[in-house]
Design a protein around this ligand. Structure first.
Ligand code: E4P
Ligand code: PEP
Ligand code: MN
Length: 455
C-alpha cells in the first residue's frame, strides 16, 4: 500500500473521486515510477499548515464577507526556487504589511493578510508549447514542474521538483512565520518596514502615515494602553490548487475532526482555466475543509457561480467560499452585476474579491507581457462601484506583486513606459506591481474603502 493511501478507506475513496474526471493543465510526467516515489514521500512528510489555522482563517474570511474586515492577498505570479531567499521573502512580507497598514489606518478596517506564497509554483498556461526563433519546446509550467530556461532538458517535467517545492515552501513559510510572529511585524516598527526601499512618492506618503501612527501609539502608550496584541500579525499562505499530484499527497485527515484538509496551504484557489463544474479540480477541492477560492473570468454566468456554490459550499458555511473576479477593467461593470445578483438572491454567503491583474494583460510595443497600472486601479474601482450599486460587499483584493524594484507594470507614479519595462523585467510569467506601485494601490484602495464606509 502506498503511503498516500494510508488514510481510512472510506475517506480515501472520497479524496480520489477526482481521478475519474478530466484534470486540465496537468503535466505529462515522463517518469511515472519516479512520480509515484515522490508522491509517497510527500504523503509521509509533515503537513505545512495545521488544520486549525485553516479553520481560523475561514472565520476571518467570514468577517470579510460581512464587511467587518477586508482581505489583502499578494505575491508573485510564479514563485521560483532560485528566488526563495531571505531578502526577497522579507521584501514581499514588508510590502504586504505596509499595504495592510495603509488599508487598516486609512479605512479603519481589520485586514486579513494572505500571501501568494510558500507554494505558488504551478502555472496554468494558454498554450502547451512555446516557440522562440523557430524552436518549439514545452511551455514552462512553474518550478514545481519544469525549468524556465529555454532548453529541451530544462522543459522536461521532473517529479523531483515536487519535493523541492515542498521543502522550499517549508522554508519560506518558516521565515514568514518568524517575521510575522517574532517581533518584526510589531506595529511599533511601521517605519522600519519602509527602510531599504527606493525613495518614491509612495514611499514618502507612507513615511507620513507611519509618523501619524507613531504619534497615535505614543498617545495610547501615555494613556496606559497595553500593546501586547500589536506584536504579532496573522499571516496566511495561499496558492493556486493546480497540481493534483502535489495537493492530494499533502491532504491529511485532521486528528481533531476526522475531516480532510489540504495541508499544503491555508487557502487554495481554483483557477479560471480549471474551474469546470465537472472537472477534477472542483471535485477534489469539494472534499477538503480549507477555505477555497475560485477565479471567475468574464465569461462566467450566474448559473456557473451557483453550480460552484452547490458543489463547493452546499451548506453555505460562512468563509468557506471566495469568488475572485478577474474580468478586465473594460468588462467588469457589465459582466459582474448579473453574477452578483444571482448569488445574492441565492442567499448562501460568498466573499467577493477582486483580482485586477489577470483580465488586464497586454503586450507592450516591444513585446513585453505587461499591464497598465491605470487599468488595474480602474478594475478595482469598477468592482467597488458594482458592489455599491447592488448593496453587496467588496471584500478584498488579490494582487500579483513583489517587494523588489522591478519594472513590469506600466505607469504608476514612476511612470514606467514601454522602454522602461526593459530595465528590470524579471517575472517568470505575469507582470507584478513593484514596491512603489503596491503602496500606491493600497492608498487608492484605502480611499475606496473609506468612501464605501461613508456612503
Ligand atoms: O498566471 C496566470 C496564468 O498562468 C498566465 O497568465 C498564463 O499566461 P500565458 O497566457 O502566457 O500562458
Ligand atoms: C493563473 C492565474 O490566474 P487566472 O486563473 O485568473 O488566470 C493566477 O492567479 O496566476
Ligand atoms: Mn498570473
Amino acid at each position: 500500500m502506498s503511503a498516500e493511501s494510508a488514510v481510512p478507506p472510506e475517506l480515501d475513496t472520497d479524496l480520489d473521486s477526482w481521478r475519474a474526471l478530466a484534470a486540465e493543465q496537468q503535466p505529462t510526467w515522463p517518469d511515472r515510477d519516479a512520480l509515484e516515489a515522490v508522491k509517497s514521500q510527500l504523503a509521509v512528510s509533515p503537513p505545512l499548515v495545521f488544520a486549525g489555522e485553516a479553520d481560523n482563517m475561514r472565520e476571518k474570511l467570514a468577517r470579510a464577507q460581512r464587511g467587518e474586515a477586508f482581505l489583502l492577498q499578494g505575491g508573485d505570479c510564479a514563485e521560483s526556487f532560485a528566488e526563495a531567499d531571505a531578502d526577497r521573502i522579507r521584501n514581499k512580507i514588508k510590502t504586504i504589511l505596509q499595504m495592510s497598514i495603509v488599508l487598516t489606518y486609512g479605512a479603519s478596517m481589520p485586514i486579513v493578510k494572505m500571501g501568494r506564497i510558500a507554494g505558488q509554483y504551478a502555472k496554468p498556461r494558454s498554450s502547451d508549447s512555446e516557440t522562440r526563433e523557430g524552436v518549439t519546446l514545452p511551455a514552462y509550467r512553474g518550478d514545481i514542474v519544469n525549468g524556465h530556461a529555454f532548453t529541451p532538458e530544462s522543459r522536461i517535467p521532473d517529479p523531483q521538483r515536487l519535493m523541492k517545492a515542498y521543502t522550499t515552501s517549508a522554508s519560506t513559510l518558516n521565515l514568514t512565520r518568524a517575521f510575522t510572529m517574532g517581533g518584526f511585524a510589531d506595529l511599533r516598527r511601521v517605519h522600519e518596514w519602509n527602510r531599504g526601499f527606493t525613495v518614491t512618492p509612495a514611499y514618502r506618503t507612507y513615511e507620513g502615515l507611519a509618523a501619524e501612527i507613531d504619534r497615535a501609539i505614543k498617545f495610547m502608550a501615555a494613556a496606559g494602553a497595553d500593546f501586547d496584541a500589536l506584536k504579532t500579525v496573522e499571516f496566511y499562505s495561499g496558492h493556486e490548487g493546480l497540481l493534483l499530484d502535489y495537493e492530494r499527497p499533502l491532504t491529511r485527515i485532521d486528528s481533531r475532526t476526522g475531516l480532510p484538509y489540504d495541508c499544503s496551504a491555508h487557502f487554495l484557489w481554483i483557477g479560471e482555466r480549471t474551474r469546470k463544474i465537472d472537472g477534477a479540480h472542483v471535485e477534489f477541492f469539494s472534499r477538503v475543509q480549507n477555505p477555497i477560492g475560485v477565479k471567475l473570468g468574464p465569461t462566467t454566468t450566474g448559473e456557473d457561480a451557483i453550480a460552484l456554490m452547490d458543489k463547493l459550499n452546499p451548506e453555505g458555511v460562512p468563509g468557506r467560499l471566495t469568488f475572485i473576479t478577474r474580468m478586465g477593467a473594460g468588462k467588469i461593470r457589465d459582466a459582474l452585476p448579473s453574477i452578483v445578483e444571482k448569488v445574492t438572491a441565492d442567499g448562501r454567503p460568498v466573499l467577493w474579491v477582486c483580482d485586477p491583474m489577470h483580465g488586464n494583460t497586454i503586450t507592450a510595443s516591444n513585446g513585453y507581457k505587461t499591464r497598465r497600472f491605470s487599468d488595474v486601479i480602474d478594475e478595482v474601482r469598477g468592482f467597488f462601484e458594482v458592489h455599491a450599486a447592488l448593496g453587496t460587499i467588496p471584500g478584498g483584493v488579490h494582487v500579483e506583486l513583489t517587494g523588489d524594484d522591478v519594472t513590469e507594470v506600466l505607469g504608476g507614479s514612476e511612470d514606467i513606459d514601454d522602454i522602461g519595462l526593459e530595465a528590470r523585467y524579471e517575472t517568470l510569467v505575469d507582470p507584478r506591481l513593484n514596491h512603489a506601485q503596491s503602496l500606491e494601490m493600497a492608498f487608492l484602495v484605502a480611499e475606496m474603502l473609506r468612501e464605501r464606509a461613508n456612503a
